[in-house]
Each structure stands twice: as C-alpha cells, then as structure tokens.
Write a protein that binds this ligand. Structure first.
Ligand code: HEC
Length: 118
C-alpha cells in the first residue's frame, strides 16, 4: 500500500514536470494572446516573420528568421531593440511607425515572450 502511494506521488510530479517543460517549449501563442504587443505583432511583424514568429520565406526568396528559440544573429535586448527600430537587411525600420514605448514593448516581447529571455 505504501509503495503504491509513493508511486502515485511520483507519477503526479512527473506529469507536473512534463506539463511545465511542454508549455515552456512552446511559449506564448500569439494568435490567442490578448496582449497589446501580440496585436502589434499581428499588425506589423507577422507578414514577414510568420503568424507565430516562426520565420518564413518571402515570395522573392528572402528568408526571414524565426523570433522563437533558435540561433539568433542578435542576442541582447539592446540589439533586438536596435533591429526593430533601425531595421536593415530586408527588414523595415519601425522607429517612425511605432512610438518609443511600443518599440520597447516589442523588444521585450521578442526577448521575453518569444525567446524566453535567451
Ligand atoms: C519586411 C519584412 C519584415 C518585417 C515587416 C519585420 N521584419 Fe524583422 N526581420 C526581417 C528580416 C529579413 C530580418 C533579418 C535581418 C538580418 O539578417 O540582418 C529580420 C530580423 C529581425 C530580428 C533579428 C532576428 C535575429 O536573428 O536576431 C528581430 C528581433 C526582428 N526582425 C523583429 C521584428 C519585429 C518585432 C517586427 C515587427 C515590429 C519585425 N521584425 C518586422 C524582416 C521583417
């Protein structure tokens, strides 16, 4: 009986652990998110980076990188901010289209919500 109790508790922890690992892997679902940043993403970024920021190849063959966990060209929050503000290498600069506050929100969104701070 004692044995059974222990394995039941063990199983519970295993499932809890798996549930956490699973959700961490996927991160935020942009399509379902009510966050302001997610709506900015859908309006401004999804056309090139894909609906979930997974990256895509444009009609002209240009490869747009994933903003999710992966290898990244720009790794720090400051570099991400600069890329969104200045654009470059196929990306539109957003410093005139978004406010300072929105640029910062988007940099945090990419850095934290999409990449999980990596
Ligand atoms: C016109 C297409 C286009 C749009 C719109 C666009 N991007 Fe990009 N983005 C690109 C391309 C192309 C690159 C790769 C640039 C490079 O290689 O230097 C890129 C790179 C990036 C990077 C750096 C990725 C890395 O690997 O480090 C970030 C962060 C980023 N974009 C965020 C955004 C955000 C946030 C928005 C919306 C506010 C957005 N982009 C809108 C095309 C676009």
């Amino acid at each position: 009986m004692r044995q059974l109790k222990f394995s039941a508790i063990g199983l519970f922890f295993l499932f809890a652990l798996l549930a956490c690992a699973g959700s961490g892997e996927k991160g935020i679902v942009i399509a379902d998110s009510k966050k302001y940043e997610a709506s900015l993403f859908r309006q401004n970024c999804a056309i090139c980076h894909g609906a979930e920021g997974e990256g895509r190849t444009l009609d002209d063959g240009k490869i747009v990188p994933s903003l999710r966990k992966a290898e990244h060209k720009f790794n720090t929050r400051a570099e991400i901010y600069r890329q969104i503000s200045e654009g470059g290498n196929g990306m539109t600069p957003f410093r005139r289209q978004l406010t300072e506050r929105e640029l910062n929100l988007m940099a945090d969104f990419v850095y934290q919500d999409l990449r999980g701070g990596q």
